[in-house]
Write a new protein. Structure first.
Length: 169
């Protein structure tokens, strides 16, 4: 199982809202001949992390299958982000699309070979990843510590970040 987080807080050119952008991005992933979307979470709306005056984000998760290796898949995700107008300048900036490789079949990688760090190093601390992930993969466990997605969500409850489901798929 490969987990990709989808998010945006600015509309991409040609799309009226961040939600429309995210829905179009999932459709684009599904049309890619190197990626097969097998499950889609509901969408959530969340405050920016870290807190800022940016617009709220729309977030979801897709489960995919792909023969691409992690480094190749991440490069493909960056290409798709660029198609939607994403330009990487500053960490945590507002963006029309963010596609993060969260988990690649339970692989644990430190990124020293130039590939992605897996699992995504901050996913365990982000309600906007964990809640949609629990919707599509309630059995998921963090590959590093073996902690269930439900336990990770419970550990976030005290942090109080605001997130709300905005609709089913």
């Amino acid at each position: 199982m490969i987990v990709i987080a989808v998010g945006a807080n600015l509309p991409a050119d040609g799309y009226a809202t961040p939600l429309a952008t995210c829905e179009a991005a999932v459709k684009r992933l599904a049309e890619d001949n190197l990626i097969r979307v097998v499950a889609e979470s509901p969408w959530y709306e969340s405050e920016p992390v870290p807190p800022s005056d940016q617009p709220w984000y729309v977030n979801g998760v897709v489960l995919v299958e792909s023969a691409l290796r992690p480094k190749q898949l991440l490069a493909r995700l960056h290409e798709i982000e660029a198609e939607f107008g994403r330009v990487r300048r500053t960490q945590n900036e507002a963006r029309p699309l963010d596609l993060d490789l969260i988990d690649y079949g339970g692989a644990v990688r430190d990124g020293e070979d130039g590939g992605p760090v897996l699992p995504h190093p901050r996913a365990r601390q982000r309600a906007f990843v964990l809640l949609p992930l629990a919707d599509v993969a309630p059995y998921w466990r963090d590959p590093v510590g073996g902690i269930s997605v439900a336990e990770l969500i419970d550990s976030l409850a005290a942090h109080g970040s605001t997130i709300r489901k905005i609709g089913p798929r």
